[in-house]
Design a protein around this ligand. Structure first.
Ligand code: HEC
Ligand code: HEC
Length: 151
């Protein structure tokens, strides 16, 4: 069984406003965002990205293809959770927009070639990496700050 988006479970439903307000509070909680995204899923995601990089460097095409499939599947898993809190697609598109989609599609396409062009794959991976950073900066960093100052 694959470790998919269905395992990134939200503990509470988002408010219909498209923002996430916990019950008993009218201030939004960044901290909640941090707990909704599983650390384990994130670790697997970054492990498969590292594996893809290593196998491409080593020229192990078969293993690179397998790692690449996992990368694509796991990145798509992160896309699936946005809509649990955001109803506004333009907000989501600021992270998972055209560049992100094209990068993911090109990783898939490039890995189908008999001798994948690793430089092109690395370029696409760095576009994906920017999406990771954006999501972390928008959700994870404020969550950590909020948690640190709460106590
Ligand atoms: C939904 C927005 C979101 C996206 C997109 C996202 N992350 Fe994360 N990431 C998080 C959150 C939230 C945490 C904190 C999870 C926790 O500690 O419970 C996290 C934590 C992590 C961690 C630390 C896990 C640990 O060991 O503590 C790594 C590594 C990571 N992300 C890698 C990635 C990579 C690589 C990508 C892009 C392919 C990515 N993330 C995309 C939200 C995101
Ligand atoms: C658990 C709820 C939750 C999830 C899941 C989530 N977000 Fe957010 N997001 C928030 C909250 C809360 C804020 C900060 C409040 C706001 O501005 O709406 C925010 C802010 C943002 C912002 C900045 C909005 C602005 O107006 O500045 C963007 C862009 C964004 N999220 C994109 C995403 C994307 C893309 C994903 C999926 C990879 C995602 N979010 C997943 C709750 C979530």
């Amino acid at each position: 069984m694959s470790f998919g988006a269905d395992q990134l479970i939200l503990k509470k439903p988002p408010a219909s406003s498209g923002k996430y307000y916990p019950p008993q509070s009218n201030k939004f909680e960044y901290v909640s965002v941090m707990h909704e995204v599983s650390e384990e899923y994130m670790r697997r995601l970054s492990d498969s990205m590292k594996a893809l990089r290593i196998f491409l460097m080593q020229g192990d095409v078969q293993k690179a293809k397998e790692a690449g499939e996992q990368v694509v599947e796991r990145v798509k898993g992160t896309e699936a959770i946005c809509s649990k809190c955001h109803t506004d697609k333009t907000v989501v598109d600021r992270i998972h927009g055209k560049d992100h989609e094209q990068a993911l599609a090109s990783i898939q396409r490039l890995l189908k070639e008999p001798q994948p062009n690793k430089d092109a794959i690395f370029r696409a991976m760095s576009v994906i990496g920017q999406s990771c950073n954006r999501c972390h900066n928008l959700h994870l960093v404020p969550a950590m700050v909020q948690e640190a100052f709460r106590k």
